[in-house]
Design a protein around this ligand. Structure first.
Ligand code: FES
Length: 111
């Protein structure tokens, strides 16, 4: 199990959820109403699942594929610790995972 923390774009809200190993971060986020569209559902064709990972947690993740890096080039507000949530699977080695929702994203309800 991994304790996942989602920090809102303005930093004002932190939502926490415990999720099982093997769960995909995009699914975990959507299950608790985080504003990540993930329009292409992991087909690497949208970059609307962009998250900014805490630096220490980023170092524990497997390296992004070239395809993921290419999709991140299309996202806005990209940082050195940006990843696509559809390409992150929770691993037993990750006790916690903290990600920030980039500024300017809106979910289907426009929140
Ligand atoms: S859901 Fe489209 S690239 Fe992740």
């Amino acid at each position: 199990m991994t304790l996942v923390r989602f920090i809102s774009a303005d930093g004002d809200r932190i939502d926490e959820v415990t999720a099982p190993s093997g769960a995909r971060l995009l699914d975990v986020a959507q299950n608790i109403g985080q504003p990540l569209e993930g329009t292409c559902e992991g087909q690497m064709a949208c970059s609307t699942c962009h998250v900014i990972v805490d630096a220490a947690d980023f170092a524990k993740l497997p390296k992004a594929s070239e395809e993921e890096e290419d999709m991140l080039d299309l996202a806005s507000h990209v940082t050195r610790h940006s990843r696509l949530a559809c390409q992150i699977w929770l691993d037993p080695a990750l006790e916690t995972l903290t990600v920030r929702i980039p500024a300017g994203v809106h979910n289907m309800q426009g929140r």
